[in-house]
Design a protein around this ligand. Sequence first.
Ligand code: CTP
Ligand code: MG
Length: 235
Amino acid sequence: ARTAAVIPAAGRGVRLGPGAPKALRSLGGTPMLIHAVRAMADSRAVSLVVVVAPPEGTAEVKSLLDAHALPERTDFLVVPGGDSRQASVRLGLDALPPGYDIVLVHDAARPLVPVDTVDAVIEAVRDGAPAVVPALPLADTVKQVRPAAAPGDPEPVVATPDRSLLRAVQTPQGFDRATLELAHATVEDDVTDDASMVEQLGRTVVTVPGHEEAFKVTRPLDLVLAEAVLARRRL
Ligand code: CTP
Ligand code: MG
């Protein structure tokens, strides 16, 4: 079964602060998106990468892909994204040619995921799981709160879920293609990951071990960490 990776990269990166779209910001002198594309293409199983670009940036993304050395055995497609992450993922899925039975969905904002994590996700889908997510235990205790009555009011804590049963999930998330397409065709999409849409279908989602370097670049401090991880790799 051939494997394709869809990379949603169409977000603005509001939480990172003003500047270019997040995926096009530089990390160690190279756009974050190129790191993310390489992370997928470095897996020998991945033969197609579909980049879902900022709508006004598709030409720029195409020339970036041409300008950087990427594995010859991998094909690339660039399509414009949508207003939400899930809309962008769906536009990427719509562009997938026939013949790819396993689909990874990977955030451009997770540029440093190691190839072993990518391969572990693919392996678990090959072994029969319809949906696979890399997951890590939480460091922080998590509280469930009730929304503040008025802006600025305190938020009362209503529960403390058992942390040992909670996981922070990352990408790439891996899917049997038909399952992911069905999820995107039938499930309401105000969700933050693709696996939760598969959960809503009642299908099983399994975890594989995540990796701390697969963290998402969301806020400015994450960029500092990402630069440090890259610098350490280059030693
Ligand atoms: N994404 C996308 N299309 C959107 C929104 C998000 O393709 N309309 C992508 C982002 O480019 C990113 C991934 O989804 O690679 C994860 O989203 P997130 O980290 O939230 O990125 P942004 O939405 O860009 O950031 P923010 O929420 O801070 O604006
Ligand atoms: Mg977002």
